[in-house]
Ligand binder design. Structure first.
Ligand SMILES: [Fe+2]
Length: 197
């Protein structure tokens, strides 16, 4: 089953990143044999940007992106927000696909792990949630900017973890390129709609 191959690839990928902050995320990953469930496939406007992803020169990151692209249709893509929250333009350029968790094709009650996808020139305004979170940007890093709390917006290198502690407001802004980022959550409500700051 292809989603289990991707789950194993993600697990190996995370284990090979030299960053001790990842330990509490990695240790909660499910192991084989995975519990799987059928998920409803769907479609979102943001998919039109998927072929335009710039995976850059980072070989390990590119491997995950290409595996993900090859099975992106196997996921139930979600949008936590409504038009009232951030407007229709945002919804046209935003979506996430859970791989592991309460809703994804691989079941876990300890973590949620999946992919956030943003189109170009979109602002994902500051929001926060109870769960501890790590993002790992997988696509071109030069023109995507990240913010936490009252800090300045900064670009972050592909393949390096970005941690958001429980309840800390954080946001993302893309420029010319779309963004694909891996995320893992643990603790708190793993299916929470984030609070908008
Ligand atoms: Fe978050």
């Amino acid at each position: 089953m292809k989603v289990t191959d991707l789950a194993n690839a993600v697990f190996e990928y995370l284990k090979n990143i030299d960053d001790e902050g990842l330990a509490p995320f990695i240790e909660k990953f499910p192991s084989e044999p995975f519990k799987t469930r059928d998920v409803q496939k769907n479609d979102l406007p943001v998919f039109s940007y998927l072929p335009k992803l710039d995976t850059g020169a980072n070989v390990s990151t590119r491997g995950i992106v290409e595996q993900f692209q090859s099975i992106s249709e196997y996921f139930c893509w979600g949008q936590t927000y409504s038009v009232e929250d951030f407007g229709q333009t945002f919804l046209n350029k935003y979506g996430w696909a859970e791989l592991i968790g309460l809703r994804g094709p691989i079941a876990s009650e300890k973590i949620a792990c999946g992919f956030l996808f943003l189109g170009p020139n979109v602002l994902y305004p500051k929001h926060n949630h109870e769960s501890e979170e790590v993002y790992i940007p997988l696509s071109s890093d030069q023109d995507t900017f990240w913010v936490q709390g009252d800090d300045a917006w900064v670009s972050r290198p592909a393949g390096r973890p970005i941690y958001h502690k429980s309840g800390i407001p954080h946001g993302i802004k893309t420029s010319l390129s779309p963004l694909l980022a891996l995320y893992v959550w643990y603790g708190g409500d793993l299916a929470q709609k984030s609070e908008i700051d």
